[in-house]
Write a protein that binds this ligand. Sequence first.
Ligand code: ATP
Ligand code: MG
Length: 339
Amino acid sequence: MTEVPSAKSAPANGEALCRVESLSTHFPVNRGPFRKGGVVRAVDRVTLEVHPGETVGLVGESGCGKSTLGRTLLRLIEPTAGKIFFEGRDITKLSASEMRPLRRRMQVIFQDPYASLDPRMSVRDTVAEALEIHGLAKSEKDANDKVASLLEKVGLRPDQMDRYPHEFSGGQRQRVGIARALAVDPRFIVADEPISALDVSIQAQIVNLLKDLQEELGLAYLFIAHDLKVVEYLSHRVAVMYLGRVVETAPSRELYDDPRHPYTRALLSAVPVPDPETRRARIVLQGDVPSPLDPPSGCSFHPRCSIAEKGLCDREAPPLVQLKKRPTQWVACFKAEES
Ligand SMILES: Nc1ncnc2c1ncn2[C@@H]1O[C@H](COP(=O)(O)OP(=O)(O)OP(=O)(O)O)[C@@H](O)[C@H]1O
Ligand SMILES: [Mg+2]
């Protein structure tokens, strides 16, 4: 196994659009009047990259740090340590005004479009505002034309632009959220559970819209989701997080066919598969996710792991390393090669 990532040896070829190196985001928390404050290691030394036109799926149980990672790499939350690169440039320490021109190129789509849209603003104003902030509309007419074409792009009718968010269904509101993100012509979008709040019947439409837009516009996504089937469908590569750390990352096919981290195996064993031949034995994870305020010693997964070795896994944290037999797969487990 090879020791992890310098920038050059990270998990894919070519120039990354967005890359984070050993990125940490810790939140100081006050644990109450008689107890000392602690630190939540929401994101802990994560190295990850997203390439132009690529979708990287980010999965893991609730609270493992997915949203915090997504927001930190957009510089919406300040990192505690590590580096963030965008289009090859180190943006970790850029000021708000230095970030402004870059904000156009990196956008976010949220889980709950209702919460992220201003109820007092029409769709026209919502989308036009994004254009205006970045000086992308020459005149009111130009703004209107652009809004109309963006609405068409996301499957809404231009004549719906004077409506307000409450006049739309959940799926349509998410389309508005996507139109607003696209207005500024981004290259990279963090989609933070963009379909979780939608009816199941609508989810596939939004997923397919995201996929079509990617093909048409060459977008790159960091796609955060709980639904592993959807992640498999959309993602070129997948990163699995556990308690703030990436424990496995690989091209989707490899990760789904041959997961090497016991946590990834447990997650995937819970996914229903129609074909009994390929069905995996269900691995039930014992216990809850430990508190990120007080993570276990050694490998933070060891208390729930069926193959953990005493004296090893409870002592030392395994680094994320390249598999010998499959160098595109990176796993943080001492037993990754054997089991
Ligand atoms: N502003 C904050 N202050 C303190 N702790 C925080 C803050 N934001 C997030 N956390 C904590 O950081 C950890 C990671 O949270 P995060 O929201 O990133 O997880 P997540 O993987 O997105 O979860 P979910 O799947 O539920 O959306 C959690 O323990 C959370 O309670
Ligand atoms: Mg989240």
